[in-house]
Design a protein around this ligand. Structure first.
Ligand SMILES: [Zn+2]
Ligand SMILES: [Zn+2]
Length: 447
């Protein structure tokens, strides 16, 4: 039976931060917006690497991968979904593309495809993240994509990963807006302003909005982060160890500029170097060139390197660009080293000099595993006498700015997702004209 209505069903991102999987159905056209992994549900049952899901059966059994007909590649029935649109390359929005039937086209930004492919090479064979054989169709801002009844307009937004988009979806019952993840205090707030303008002009009947930051809000910006990093790096005598998300290219740029300003090099991991190399082709991103003398590549001490690692090592060894812990150790006051807590074994060869610092430049702590590890982090820092600075700004819109944006867009219905505080959001927004719906998982909402 063909319905004339337009509906939204949320299979993820409900009462949790991430795991977005939003089905929009318009008459007989069905499109998913995002198809992410739910970190929150996963950690209820699993503790990688020793307790990890063996197959999609386990994930479905435990409700981590929702039951949806005609979507998964392990389901022999014909495809029932016309397309999947991915807002950006964070895994909580994209990872479960792994399970999507390969005949269903996947639309995403050009940069998102680059990031997902680089990530897929780095992570090797992984049940929960593989983009092999996906029919990617890429877009840039301003493009309009038709999928049967629907016309979809991606519009760039500022977020903590490059290539992030929101969408204006023209349905037979009016426009629906999806924000994806966004903010207006990053390196490119004007992109978010463009999106808000486009969304407003569409006079939407509904908006699906992220509402991540309802309880931990701050007033800051990427520019302020740079200023703080500058004051730390300028005063540090030894090495500066920097922890930040490897796909947060804006933060990497901030560290790069501040290192340069203070006559230091930024040493990135092989993983970061691989991504920078892949992103090089998009000149609009202005990522530092690996050939730049301000960039070094840090090689961890391990016995076996993957193919992509060996390629990078071969390519840059001749340029005297690849450094290991011992080599960095000899010139600590000349280096800002991007080093993840999980690579702290390297400190043993590095031996941080007196007056070195550790800068946590990511959300604190980033996940539950990190919470458990926090004590261990402190033990390492204590052992080497490294004070910890926390310098970060969130990838998500702050409450007052979110309210101003929603007021301007003025959608009739507001669906908050990607939040643990939907109730708080609804009360905070209750004087807006739009009506806030507290979303329930898997329930169909008619617009
Ligand atoms: Zn997210
Ligand atoms: Zn995100």
């Amino acid at each position: 039976m063909v319905k004339n209505s337009t509906t939204l069903t949320f299979y993820g991102g409900v009462n949790e931060i991430g795991g977005n999987k939003i089905l929009l159905q318009d008459r007989d056209t069905k499109v998913f917006f995002d198809f992410g992994m739910s970190f929150a549900m996963k950690k209820q049952f699993y503790s990688p690497p020793f307790l990890s899901p063996k197959s999609e059966k386990s994930l479905q059994e435990l409700g981590i991968l929702p039951q949806i007909a005609g979507v998964y590649k392990f389901d022999p029935s014909p495809p029932e979904v016309d397309a999947v649109f991915i807002s950006h390359g964070h895994l909580d929005h994209s990872a479960y593309l792994s399970f999507i039937k390969r005949e269903i086209p996947v639309y995403c930004g050009e940069t998102t495809q680059t990031i997902l492919q680089a990530l897929s090479e780095i992570r090797r064979a992984d049940l929960e993240f593989s983009v092999a054989d996906i029919d990617f169709r890429t877009f840039r801002t301003g493009k309009k994509i038709r999928v049967d009844n629907l016309e979809i307009e991606p519009s760039h937004v500022d977020h903590s990963v490059p290539g992030a988009y929101g969408f204006v979806i023209h349905t037979s019952n009016g426009a629906v807006v999806y924000t994806g993840d966004f903010r207006d205090h990053g390196a490119k707030p004007e992109m978010t302003h463009d999106f808000v303008e486009n969304a407003k002009n569409a006079k939407p009947v509904a908006i699906v909005t992220e509402a991540t930051n309802m309880t931990g809000a701050t007033v800051s910006s990427e520019a302020e982060v740079q200023g703080k990093l500058d004051s730390i790096v300028a005063q540090t005598d030894g090495i500066v160890l920097a922890e930040f998300a490897y796909s947060d290219v804006d933060r990497l740029n901030s560290f790069y500029h501040i290192a340069k300003k203070n006559h230091r090099c930024l040493a990135v991991s092989l993983k970061q170097a691989h991504l920078l190399d892949a992103l090089q082709k998009d000149k609009g991103l202005r990522v530092p060139d690996l050939d730049d003398e301000g960039i070094l590549i840090f090689r961890k001490s391990k016995k076996r390197f993957d193919k992509w690692e060996n390629q990078l090592i071969e390519q840059y060894e001749g340029q005297n660009k690849i450094f290991d812990g011992f080599e960095v150790s000899k010139q600590q006051y000349k280096v800002v080293l991007a080093l993840s807590f999980y690579d702290f074994e390297e400190l043993i060869s590095l031996q941080p000099a007196a007056g070195s610092c550790y800068v946590l430049s990511a959300s604190e702590p980033f996940n539950e595993e990190m919470e458990i590890d926090y004590e261990r982090l402190i033990n390492w820092l204590s052992h080497y006498g490294l004070p910890q600075y926390h310098v970060h700004v969130s990838g998500h819109m702050m409450p007052l700015q979110l309210k101003a944006a929603l007021k301007e867009i003025n959608a009739k219905k507001i669906f908050p997702i990607h939040t643990e505080s939907a109730g708080l959001f609804a009360k905070f927004m209750r004087d807006l004209k739009g009506q806030v719906t507290l979303v329930e998982k898997c329930k169909e909402y008619t617009l």
